[in-house]
Design a protein around this ligand. Structure first.
Ligand SMILES: Nc1ncnc2c1ncn2[C@@H]1O[C@H](COP(=O)(O)OP(=O)(O)OP(=O)(O)O)[C@@H](O)[C@H]1O
Length: 622
């Protein structure tokens, strides 16, 4: 939707109708409370007229007032005010329930939808936008429920008020009948003027939250690259646009407010002028003038609730469009009804698979980038297969396809012969586990991060930790398994996080374990121990590992070498070394890098030993 287009009233009311259908009872109660308030407000004017006529006027004429008269006045006024207050309380509480219940429901739906949508959808949507959808946009959509019940009550109040004015004095009623439509008209013009401005501000508010989120996420890069000023300037630019949009909203409101507020005051003045004239002529009693003047002044404020609703509607539409785009997002994975066998290592296979990413350029033009071309890979049950290839060759994409995090455009991906598209929801993740390149830690204990809330004994947790070569550092943590790891595992090193992530996968006893560069931050000796431990402990597991190190590669039964999204060759390390030039180049580079790293470590150890020797000599000399 264009930010400047004023959404139609009918469309906005349609969205409000969706919300009402979600919480009809609370909404009905809120409107009932509001109607009670409306009727009682009108009755307050009637009571004031009655009291003026029957108590105040006689008292003024007699020049004295009795206690009984005072109590009568108090009784009438207090009675209607108390009922009025009850109406206000009912309306406010029920409107709150309506608004928050509907918003909470949509928040849950949006986040559930995020989890349902495939990785391919998430690739195209920045997390700042997702945060804004689940939070600010949902709120913007349903904020209209705060003034809406009052606005509906106002309509009842207006009808009752005008009837009462006609009954009191038709001439006075004409003034009332001029004031309220004038107020309504002014509000309509106000809403027209506000609509595009409020829409724009809401759109920009979401943009600010997206930019802010991205800046905070990239804090480390921004600081380490000295880009604080540029990042601050980017944020300033979008906040300035929001500021300008908000000022524009304020300016419009500032222009209309005095006009709108002056209408009932002018109406009251007109009633007093005409009324005083009528009273002087003996055509009307003072009580009638008081009653109508009071009615106009007391009704003028609630009538503005209609304006608030009209003012909220543009935000409702903008918020709804953004939320609805998530809820209607296509690409949701469909599931079949096949169960996967739960015994022993799984056989994984990709047959003639193509996969393309959707790309959106800076002008919003969409295109496809084919990352995988006609790939077939067999991973026999119980084997360890290494995926090797230069950076960007499609290894991670292949692991995503193997676990059905995305579906292929063409070809089949199977586990134990079952096409993954035919497997029940949750079926693949119950037999297969992925340890991705970037490990994610929840702000929870070590135990919580490994079990992810599943029922596992401490012995099982420790067994998984042992295989992941994490027992040493976990037992050294202050509270062992109960140590909290901080947001995103901030209190752990990269290698420690990777080992916890490995233990998280191992404890599930997966029949297929996919490691996507999952040991890059642990040193090669530990990595070797982890992989050897996996092989020892898990004869029931097939391992597909994206490998960047000689130590990992040589542990594999078979190696699949990929380049530019195509399988170039597969076989044992020795076979590929002999016949595949690209593979030979790559592993030579890996081996050289490993040798250089080993030389650096040896140098450091030698320097350390020399330091220790000279320190000892120094001690001996003394
Ligand atoms: N979300 C995405 N949107 C568009 N293109 C993508 C996306 N993710 C990956 N690609 C592209 O697909 C190709 C394969 O990427 P992939 O991450 O699978 O490679 P990789 O071999 O795992 O790389 P690396 O070794 O660097 O992790 C690359 O050219 C990459 O630019």
């Amino acid at each position: 939707m264009s930010v400047d287009a004023a959404p139609s009233l009918r469309r906005s009311l349609g969205i409000v109708g969706v919300g009402i259908r979600r919480e009809p009872r609370w909404f009905g109660l809120a409107v009932a409370g509001s109607a009670l308030y409306g009727v009682m407000t009108v009755l307050t004017a009637w009571a004031i007229g009655k009291v003026t006529r029957e108590q105040i006027q006689p008292a003024v004429e007699a020049g004295t007032v009795t206690a009984a008269q005072l109590w009568t006045i108090f009784g009438w006024v207090a009675g209607v005010v108390v009922v009025n207050v009850v109406g206000v309380v009912i309306r406010r509480v029920a409107a709150g329930y309506t608004m928050y219940n509907v918003a909470a429901g949509y928040r849950r739906e949006v986040t559930r939808q995020y989890l349902r949508l495939p990785l391919s959808w998430h690739h195209r949507h920045p997390s700042g936008q997702l945060l804004s959808n689940a939070n600010a946009d949902v709120e913007a959509t349903w904020n209209v429920f705060a003034p809406l019940p009052m606005a509906l009550g106002v309509i009842i109040m207006l009808v009752a008020g005008i009837v009462q004015m006609v009954l009191v004095d038709p001439v006075m009623a004409i003034i009332g009948l001029t004031v309220f439509p004038a107020l309504f008209l002014a509000n309509m013009v106000f809403q027209r003027a506000m609509s595009p401005r409020v829409s724009r501000a809401q759109q920009l508010r979401a943009e600010v939250s997206e930019v802010a989120h991205e800046s905070f996420e990239a804090a480390l890069i921004v600081k380490s690259m000295g880009r604080e000023d540029q990042e601050a300037a980017r944020f300033e630019e979008v906040t300035r646009r929001l500021q300008a949009a908000n000022v524009e909203v304020g300016r419009t409101r500032g222009t209309f407010d005095p006009v709108i507020e002056s209408i009932p005051t002018l109406g009251t003045l007109a009633v007093l002028v005409v009324g005083a004239h009528q009273v002087a002529n003996g055509a009307l009693e003072p009580a009638a003038v008081v009653q109508v003047a009071y009615l106009i002044s007391v009704l003028a404020f609630p009538v503005r609730a209609l304006g608030w609703v009209l003012g909220e509607l543009p935000r409702t539409v903008v918020g709804w469009d953004r939320v609805d785009a998530v809820l209607k997002a296509r690409g949701e994975l469909t599931f079949g009804d096949q169960e996967l066998p739960r015994t022993g290592a799984a056989r994984s296979s990709l047959a003639n698979v193509d996969y393309s990413y959707d790309i959106v350029d800076e002008h919003g033009v969409e295109s496809k980038f084919q990352a995988i071309h006609d790939v077939s890979i067999e991973v026999p049950a119980g084997s360890t297969v290494a995926l090797v290839g230069p950076t960007g060759s499609g290894k991670s994409t292949l692991t995503n396809l193997t676990l059905r995090l995305v579906d292929p455009d063409r070809g089949d991906v199977t586990l134990d012969g079952t096409d993954l598209r035919d497997v029940v929801r949750g079926g693949v993740s119950s037999v297969a586990a992925l340890v991705p390149q970037q490990t994610f830690m929840f702000d929870d204990t070590v135990r919580g991060n490994i079990t992810l809330g599943a029922d596992h004994t401490d012995d099982e947790v420790w067994a998984a930790i042992e295989v992941a070569q994490a027992a040493g550092f976990v037992s050294a943590l202050p509270a062992g398994l109960d140590t909290r790891v901080g947001e995103r595992g901030a209190s752990l090193s990269g290698g420690q996080r990777q080992r916890i992530a490995l233990a998280r996968a191992i404890i599930r006893r997966p029949q297929l374990l996919v490691l996507d560069d999952a040991t890059s931050a642990v040193d090669p000796a530990v990595e070797q121990a982890i992989l050897a431990g996996l092989r020892r402990s898990s004869s029931g597991t097939t391992v597909l590992v994206v490998a960047y190190r000689m130590s990992t590669i040589t542990l594999a039964d078979e190696i699949v070498y990929v380049e530019l999204g195509r399988v170039v060759d597969h076989g044992t390390h020795r076979e590929l070394q002999e016949r595949c030039e690209g593979y030979e180049h790559l592993v030579t580079a890996y081996a050289r890098e490993a040798a250089e790293r080993a030389a650096v470590i040896a140098d450091e150890e030698a320097a350390l030993a020399a330091d220790v020797d000279s320190a000892e000599e120094g001690v001996d000399a003394r």
